[in-house]
Design a protein around this ligand. Structure first.
Ligand code: F3S
Length: 62
């Protein structure tokens, strides 16, 4: 099952991920993204929709 993850070395706190997908991402105290829950990609969601939301390419699905 595909899992969403964040590379914290690349995340620059743009916030697009948790603005667009609030059920999948949350912000830490610095505004950087964290994956909520177990990070499972929802069935109705395309991998490219998730990864494409981040301008820093910090989100991966594998
Ligand atoms: Fe970080 Fe990209 Fe989200 S920079 S806050 S993972 S849109």
């Amino acid at each position: 099952m595909a899992k969403i993850s964040i590379d914290h070395d690349y995340c620059q706190a743009h916030g697009r991920c948790y603005a667009r997908f609030p059920a999948l991402f949350d912000a830490d105290e610095e505004g950087k993204a964290v994956v909520t829950g177990d990070g499972t990609l929802p069935e109705a969601t395309e991998e490219s929709e998730i990864t494409g939301v981040c301008p820093e390419a910090a989100i991966t699905v594998s």
